[in-house]
Design a protein around this ligand. Structure first.
Ligand code: AGP
Length: 631
């Protein structure tokens, strides 16, 4: 949710940090700030609103030239998005500055304790308690003898790191923290629990950030910071310990995409680029996982094959679009692997008492790998004794780290807040898991698995074919730009697709949209149908479970008879629907279970075009952020 960037090196810190913050803007924020070390104190500039507001302040009151700095883009959780609540936050002496991503759950009690010994708070944020706790650890209470202790350069960076460890041991909740202090020039100290933090190591310079996008223009050498760890960073030194001070190491990796990948590549919006990247994203996620002999290899998931053989229950936990991928996973797992599969909203699951044990496999689906609801669900599942497999698009993210195993999707960076290519790659991943279960448990013969594998291998070209025929869909979207509502219906795997189409329209066009299981129409929703109400109908293949097609055709006739304006997404050649379709969107013929890979694409394009026609910024929809790292 919030963006963190810290820099130590030879360049002017505030320039480097500001550039990093620009690259994190997509994360969603409502204020921003930068702090640098300025000899005997810290120099801070903060401003509510867009980064441009901060840049104007920096223009009017330039920061001191320094080579040590931290910056932050804030998405408000405690305290309104005001200048005073913007990060970085400082202590009473203005000797240090700290930025934070997450929620300090025990901040009230800590604030009371600190206030009682004389600390004065300048904000309503939970974060500011960290600044004063660090002050207590490094310089003592304000007004104490430490007050007299002016800038001292004889202190060691280890003191700073130890102070951070002591503070972290007192914090409850989720946090990635980064701090600088006047007595430790050229040193940045960080810490993380449940929120993302990654080190970038350059040539004579180093970064700490919430996302590699902040520093990949300078370096692609990254080091992941593990759970409950503290980092001491200088241009030449990287030391990571746990909160008790025991040395540990972060996994080093090379960021496999460069700065340009995170640019728009000629499209008006990241979302448009990411919709267009879907064939490649699907192909990349399949790469190396489809054996030549038609078998599957998921050994990189690090989950012992015995787990897949012994499992007797699957529970999928996720949020938003990832939850819709989970709903589709259910059909595939039950049909191919013959296993019971429940799908739960992570925010509900974590407060239930699910019946789980060592034979349960929980699959946590998350593009960002930082969604706090899903992370808490993972921790809840593990407490219940279940094994957890993460399906994630972000290397080294918290959810995969907290899981027993991970299957990475390879959609590449998804900058647009609305999930598109990450959704298709999540579908590919759940299909692979379902097939892998079937292969290991023998619920499908090798040749049957090979058949589906061949179908999967053909999907990138099928998705590309859909993308080539989207102009009529854009035209429909522009025609409907001012309608008050759009309904979506589907059956079987088409039902989660209908839900996903509605979610896209809600989050991008800020309008009412709702998805229904078509079979539910007669139980109430059909009362919504009147002259001109647009309804998107996701038709199953006529050649699949034919009963599905016949049932949905009947639903289509029912709503058309009541005046609905029908936008029908159907397999090319499906002539049965034509008489009832005001708009017919043809998609390639694919097997029933795989159809979401092609049927969701017109719904993505429809929502995006309609939102653009309404003048909305589809990359940064209001009130939303790319990664929801708060509850
Ligand atoms: C979907 O377009 C939204 N961006 C949102 O629903 C998202 O899918 C949800 O917040 C889950 O995010 P995650 O996949 O990063 O966990």
């Amino acid at each position: 949710m919030c963006g963190i960037v810290a820099y130590v090196g030879a360049r002017t810190a505030h320039d480097v940090v500001l550039d990093g913050l620009r690259r994190l803007e997509y994360r969603g924020y409502d204020s921003a700030g930068i702090a640098v070390l300025d000899g005997g104190s810290v120099d801070v500039r903060r401003k509510a609103g867009a980064l441009g507001n901060l840049e104007a302040v920096l223009e009017a009151e330039p920061l001191a030239g320094s080579t040590t700095g931290i910056g932050h883009t804030r998405w408000a959780t405690h305290g309104a998005p005001t200048d005073g609540n913007a990060h970085p936050h400082v202590d009473c002496r203005r000797a240090l500055a700290v930025v934070h991503n997450g929620v300090i759950e025990n901040h009230s009690a800590l604030r009371d304790e600190l206030t009682n010994v004389g600390h004065v708070f300048g904000s309503q944020t939970d974060t500011e308690v960290v600044a004063h706790l660090l002050e207590e650890e490094l310089d003592g209470p304000p007004g104490g003898e430490g007050q007299a202790a002016q800038h001292s350069s004889s202190r060691t960076p280890e003191e700073f790191a130890e102070a951070m460890r002591r503070v972290c041991r007192r914090l409850a909740g989720s946090f990635s923290l980064v701090a600088i202090h006047r007595d430790f020039p050229g040193v940045v100290v960080g810490a993380r629990r449940n929120s993302p933090l990654v080190v970038g190591r350059g040539d004579g310079e180093a970064f700490l950030a919430s996302d590699v996008a902040a520093f990949i223009a300078a370096t692609r050498q990254a080091v992941e910071v593990g759970q409950d760890c503290v980092v001491l960073l200088t241009p030449q030194r990287l030391e990571i310990t746990d909160f008790e001070g025991n040395p540990t190491r972060g996994r080093e990796y090379r960021v496999d995409w460069d700065a340009s990948a995170a640019e728009k590549g000629g499209y008006d919006y990241f979302m448009l680029k990411e919709i267009a990247e879907q064939p490649d994203a699907v192909a990349a996620t399949l790469l190396g996982r489809l054996g030549r002999d038609g078998t599957l290899t998921l050994d990189e998931s690090r989950l012992d094959t015995r787990v897949f053989v012994e499992v007797d229950k699957i529970v999928v936990v996720a949020c938003g679009t990832a939850y819709h991928a989970g709903l589709i996973a259910k059909y595939a797992i039950e049909h191919w692997a013959g296993l019971p599969c429940e799908v739960e909203l992570a925010s509900e699951f974590r407060y239930r008492d699910p019946i789980l044990d060592r034979q349960s496999l929980v699959i946590a689906i998350s593009q960002s790998g930082e969604t706090l609801d899903t992370l808490m669900a993972v921790q809840h599942a593990k407490e219940m004794g279940a094994r957890v497999l993460a399906i994630c698009n972000t290397l080294g993210a918290t959810i995969p780290r907290e899981s027993d195993a991970v299957l990475y999707t390879r959609a590449g960076p998804e900058i647009g807040v609305a999930a598109t290519k990450s959704f298709l790659t999540q579908l590919v991943a759940v299909y692979l898991v379902a097939l892998y279960l079937a292969q290991l448990r023998g619920t499908k013969y090798g040749d049957e698995v090979a058949g589906v594998v061949r179908e999967l291998a053909a999907m990138p070209s099928k998705v590309a074919a859909v993308l080539d025929t989207m102009e009529p869909v854009r035209a429909i979207a522009r025609e409907l730009a001012r309608v008050p509502t759009v309904l979506f219906i589907g059956r079987h795997v088409g039902y989660p697709v209908a839900l996903e189409g509605a979610l896209k329209l809600k989050e991008l066009a800020y309008m009412h949209a709702e998805g229904f299981a078509a079979g539910e129409l007669k139980h109430g929703p059909i009362a919504l149908i009147e002259e001109g109400v647009p309804v998107v109908v996701v038709m199953p293949p006529p050649s699949g479970r034919s009963v599905l097609h016949a049932k949905l055709l009947a639903n289509l006739q029912e709503i058309r008879a009541r005046g609905a304006r029908t936008i029908v997404v159907a397999e090319e050649g499906d002539e049965a629907v034509r008489p009832y379709s005001d708009h017919l969107v043809a998609i390639p013929a694919v097997p029933t279970l795989l159809q979401p890979l092609v049927s969701v694409v017109p719904l993505q394009v429809f929502a995006c075009e309609l939102a653009v026609a309404r003048g909305n910024d589809v990359d940064r929809p209001r009130n939303l952020a790319k990664s929801v790292t708060v509850e």
